[in-house]
Ligand binder design. Structure first.
Ligand code: C5P
Length: 308
């Protein structure tokens, strides 16, 4: 039996380019891995049992346990790459990352399942191959393997680790219900059309990482990082879920240095000065009635790794 711990992510910068012919958008996506994470356990199953999936945690009922789950797809993809045919494995997800929340929880479970099955089946798959398989599973899966802080280019899967100093303290406000990532990208395109700027990749300039944001990460400066937080998907998430404006305001009024929608939302992320300030912001958010719950955490942390 192998258990893998895997982090959620927040995008401290999410620059979104135009819609490409393949249906994806080119990104300048600065990922930061946070300690709020899931655990995926892989254990051997009897011959012919196939891949079975179970899930625990307060939001377990919202996790799809069919073949669409990225953990199940990861197990099959890894087995296929090694010519093993349909694998027999039990996967259990201990879920702490908000479901459909813009924190790449499903992607994290896919990455964790790759690492867990690789260890269980003693395959020793090279890191480069695991990253390739991860990119096949989804745009955010490679980063969950890598962790730390990284710039994602292309659709987010082409990763370069970034220098970072120290630890940043975060609060995540969890909304009721999720948002569909494709729906938020579509709304971003619609808003761009409505504004008259166009939404295609020949009309929207290719985004770039913000040098001020990269310097703030390298310096470990939370005030500078708060000033540089940026998410091009935020107007679209707010358009689909206008109530998020009140959540962002509540966290800011409670003393957060900066606030933004996490990825495609609806989870909102708040950067705090230190651990004590983060605990206070989380408590104020829970009392504000503008979110279902709030978690204080920190990052960067490492990517998916086997627990001893
Ligand atoms: O890669 P992933 O399966 O996570 O993407 C889900 C959906 O999000 C895509 O089908 C696409 O609609 C949208 N997406 C996008 N541009 C990206 C990443 C995702 O438009 N760079």
């Amino acid at each position: 039996m192998i258990t893998v711990r895997v982090p959620a992510k927040v995008n401290v910068q999410l620059g979104v380019g135009g819609l490409r012919a393949d249906g994806f958008h080119d990104l300048a996506n600065v990922f930061l891995a946070v300690a709020l994470g899931d655990e995926v356990t892989a254990s051997a199953a009897g011959p012919g049992e196939g891949v079975t999936l179970t899930c625990s945690g307060p939001d377990a009922a919202a996790v799809p346990l069919d073949d669409s789950n990225l953990a199940a797809r990861a197990a099959r993809l890894l087995a296929a790459r090694h010519g093993l045919g349909e694998p027999d494995v039990r996967l259990h997800i201990a879920k702490a990352i908000p479901v459909a929340g813009g924190m790449a929880g499903g992607s994290a479970d896919g990455a964790a399942a790759l690492v867990a099955c690789d260890a269980l089946w003693e395959l020793g798959t090279p890191a480069g191959t695991l990253l390739e398989l991860a990119a096949e599973l989804g745009s955010d899966v490679p980063f969950a393997l890598l962790g730390g802080v990284a710039l994602g280019r292309g659709r987010g899967e082409i990763l370069d680790p970034l220098p970072v100093t120290g630890t940043f303290h975060w609060v995540f406000a969890v909304a009721d219900g999720g948002l569909s990532t494709p729906a938020v990208f579509r709304e971003c395109d619609r808003l761009r059309e409505e504004a008259g700027t166009g939404s295609g990749d020949t009309e929207v300039p290719t985004p770039d990482a913000d040098p001020a944001l990269l310097a703030a990460l390298a310096d470990g400066d939370p005030v500078a990082l708060a000033g540089a937080l940026a998410n091009d998907l935020q107007p679209a998430a707010l358009s689909l879920r206008p109530s998020l404006a009140a959540t962002l305001r509540a966290g800011t009024e409670a003393g957060a240095l900066g606030a933004l929608v996490s990825g495609s939302g609806p989870t909102c992320a708040f950067l705090a000065k230190d651990a004590e300030a983060a605990a206070a912001v989380a408590e104020a958010l829970r009392a504000s009635g503008t979110c279902r719950t709030a978690h204080a955490t920190y990052g960067p942390v490492p990517g998916a790794g086997v627990l001893p």
